[in-house]
Design a protein around this ligand. Structure first.
Ligand code: THU
Length: 263
């Protein structure tokens, strides 16, 4: 019997669990979104030492799709049964006819088919790191054009540079529940983790409506946790971009080492 497309997606979701960053709960999970043309978009759970800043896998997959310019989501497949609140959340999103189609855990399969840093996440971005900070900021401005911002009308764009030089886009995405809104910086970090790319080396950030824009506290927390060695370049409009090494963005940050001890 031929393997059904859904079975393939379930296998991807199961295998993607190994990419999750879940050192605190040890409950790795992953989501795969199916797009109208058959393309699939992954997202893994990304935990923060500040637990409520954890990025759930459905939201990570969603923001990855949106930042890649894709909102034609037709189905969602999960590696584990989806809690009721996540089902409710998905049903509030403005993407019809997206529906959870599978909630049974399935056996993990080899990871050859998984998207890697070598796979083409976003044809809009070049393959090589931006030659100058100004070029990186220009890319971040263009990426901001994909933000989904019905609540704020305040688009933000972020481009994260991976160790191999590939670029990952992130935009802010605003579901109706404001507590689920994910900023552009965290969206880019979540995508980088999903793609198993290694630590981000630089980020470019643009708030096109605010030449003084800087990352919010929640993003600073995730940046120090997930990109501690990166430099963040910030759009300053007509002035040259500002740069900050990530550790300077959040002095005295909570790192949660004690959370990793055996309970
Ligand atoms: N936002 C970001 O994307 N990054 C930040 O660092 C600051 C805030 C977004 C979140 C929300 O969609 C809107 O801007 C207003 O807070």
């Amino acid at each position: 019997m031929p393997t059904s497309p859904l079975t393939v997606l379930r296998r991807h979701a199961a295998a993607l669990r190994s990419r999750a960053h879940a050192p605190y709960s040890r409950q790795a999970d992953a989501t795969v979104l199916l797009l109208a043309d058959g393309t699939w978009v992954p997202g893994v759970r990304v935990e923060s030492a500040a637990f409520p800043l954890t990025i759930p896998s459905p939201l990570n997959a969603l923001t990855t799709a949106v930042a890649a310019g894709r909102t034609d989501i037709v189905a969602a497949v999960f590696s584990a049964p989806l809690p009721a609140w996540e089902r409710t959340f998905l049903s509030t999103l403005p993407f019809a006819p997206m529906a959870p189609v599978a909630d049974d855990a399935v056996a993990a399969t080899p990871a050859e088919d998984l998207p890697t840093v070598g796979s083409r996440l976003d044809p809009f971005l070049p393959d090589t790191p931006p030659p100058s900070p100004a070029d990186g900021i220009r890319l971040a401005r263009r990426v901001a054009g994909r933000a989904l911002v019905p609540a704020s009308a305040f688009p933000v764009g972020c481009v994260a540079v991976l160790p191999q030089g590939r670029l990952v886009p992130g935009v802010n995405v605003e579901p109706p529940d404001w507590t689920r809104i994910l900023c552009a910086e965290r969206a880019a970090l979540g995508t980088a983790v999903t793609y198993g790319a290694g630590p981000v080396t630089a980020l470019y950030l643009s708030c096109p409506k605010d030449p003084t824009g800087t990352p919010c506290g929640a993003c600073r927390q995730l940046l120090v946790e997930l990109a501690p060695d990166a430099v963040l370049w910030m759009d300053r409009g007509t002035a040259p971009p500002d740069s900050s090494p990530v550790p300077t963005l959040l002095p005295g940050s909570f790192r949660g080492q004690a959370l990793l001890r055996d309970r």
